[in-house]
Design a protein around this ligand. Structure first.
Ligand SMILES: [Zn+2]
Length: 322
C-alpha cells in the first residue's frame, strides 16, 4: 500500500468493524464481487448506445453516516431491518456505470481503487473480465470527490488506470477539495483521522488527473445525449448524469444512497452529506422528477446493479428495482 494514502478507515478499525458488519448485514444486499458471480449488468442496449453497470465490489461504513441521529432509534432500526441491515455497520455495494456511445466509452465514477477497503476497488478487473480494456475508456465523469468514486483513478503503483481518458468534474467540486479549509467543511460525522485521509486522498488523486480535467456546468454535454446535471448536497459540487435514449435515465451517484431511507424518508438528514439541507432539497427534486417522468435511475450504492424506477407512495417514494 502506498504511503501517500490514508485508507477510508484505519485498517485495524476496518478489520474489527468489517467482521461486525458482515454479521449484521442480511443476504441480498451484498454486491457480488467474487469470480464466477455476475459483476456486470446490461441496462440498455441499442445500435448507438449501450449502458452497463459494473461492480467495484463493496465497502462498509458506520451506520451513523447514513442515518439521521435525530430520528428515534426504534424507527431507524425498523427501516434498516426492512432492508436486511442493522447494527453499527452498513455494507454498501459500489455500482459504476459504463456508457458506450459511438466511439466513446464513458465511466461514471471510478470506484475505490486499491487503497480503500479490501472488498472494494474491483472495477478495473471487472472491466477487463467484461472485455473492456481500461485504455479504451475515453471519458470519465466524476460525480464527486469521495474515496469510493475518485480513488479508482490510480492503481496500486499510483499510475493512471485510464490513461487515455478525459475527466469531467464540476468546478465547485474541485474547489471543495482545493480549499485550504477543506477539513472544516467536511461532515462533522467524519472522525478526525478519516477526514484527514479523505481530504488528502482527494487532493492527491485530483492532482494526478489535473491536466486531463474538464470542468462541467449544469447541462454541459459529455457527449451528445449525455449531460451533467447539478445535484448538490452530498458534496457541494456533486453532479449526476442524464442519458437520453430509450426512455432516458439518470445516474444519480450519491444523491440517493439507500434503497429505503433515501426514498421513503428523503427528508431525513444524512450525516455524511456535506450540506445536509441541500441534500434533502436535491433528493426531493430528483425523486419528484424521476417519478413524474417515469425515468430509470442508477444509484452508486443501491443494491446491484442499482437501477430502478421511483414510485410515489404515501406522501413519499418507493424504489422499484428494474
Ligand atoms: Zn459513495
Amino acid at each position: 500500500m502506498s504511503k501517500s494514502h490514508t485508507p477510508w478507515m484505519g485498517r485495524r478499525h476496518f478489520l474489527v468493524t468489517a467482521a461486525a458488519g458482515a454479521l449484521a448485514v442480511g443476504g441480498g444486499t451484498i454486491t457480488p464481487a467474487r469470480p464466477g458471480q455476475a459483476n456486470t449488468r446490461t441496462i440498455l442496449k441499442s445500435a448507438n448506445l449501450e449502458v452497463l453497470v459494473m461492480s467495484d465490489g463493496y465497502f462498509v461504513l458506520p451506520t451513523g453516516f447514513l442515518v439521521d441521529p435525530e430520528v428515534p432509534k426504534s424507527e431507524s432500526e425498523a427501516v434498516l431491518k426492512a432492508a436486511g441491515q442493522g447494527g453499527e455497520q452498513l455494507q454498501l455495494p459500489n455500482n459504476v456505470t459504463v456508457i458506450r456511445k459511438g466511439s466513446d466509452v464513458i465511466l461514471v465514477d471510478t470506484g475505490s481503487g486499491p487503497h480503500h477497503q479490501p472488498s472494494a476497488g474491483k472495477l478495473a478487473e471487472n472491466l477487463r473480465a467484461a472485455g473492456i480494456q481500461p485504455a479504451a475508456i475515453t471519458k470519465v465523469v466524476l460525480t464527486h470527490g469521495h474515496p469510493d468514486h475518485l480513488w479508482g483513478v490510480l492503481d496500486a503503483d499510483d499510475n493512471l488506470i485510464y490513461p487515455n481518458a478525459i475527466y469531467f468534474v464540476s468546478a465547485k467540486e474541485l474547489n471543495v477539495w482545493a480549499d485550504p479549509d477543506v477539513l472544516r467543511n467536511l461532515p462533522a460525522v467524519f472522525p478526525k483521522e478519516l477526514a484527514a485521509g479523505v481530504a488528502k486522498g482527494a487532493k492527491n488523486h485530483i492532482s494526478r488527473i489535473r491536466d486531463k480535467v474538464m470542468m462541467v456546468r449544469e447541462d454541459d454535454e459529455i457527449v451528445s445525449g449525455v449531460r451533467a446535471i447539478d445535484t448538490p448536497g452530498h458534496t457541494p459540487g456533486h453532479i449526476s448524469v442524464e442519458v437520453a435514449g430509450g426512455d432516458g435515465f439518470v445516474i444519480v451517484g450519491d444523491a440517493l444512497t439507500h434503497p429505503l431511507i433515501s426514498f421513503q424518508y428523503p427528508s431525513w438528514r444524512v450525516p455524511v452529506d456535506h450540506e445536509a439541507d441541500r441534500g434533502i432539497a436535491t433528493r426531493l427534486r430528483l425523486l419528484d422528477q424521476l417519478a413524474t417522468d417515469r425515468r430509470r435511475l442508477i444509484g452508486a450504492h443501491l443494491p446491484f446493479p442499482g437501477s430502478g424506477l421511483v414510485e410515489r407512495k404515501g406522501g413519499a417514494y418507493r424504489f422499484v428495482a428494474s
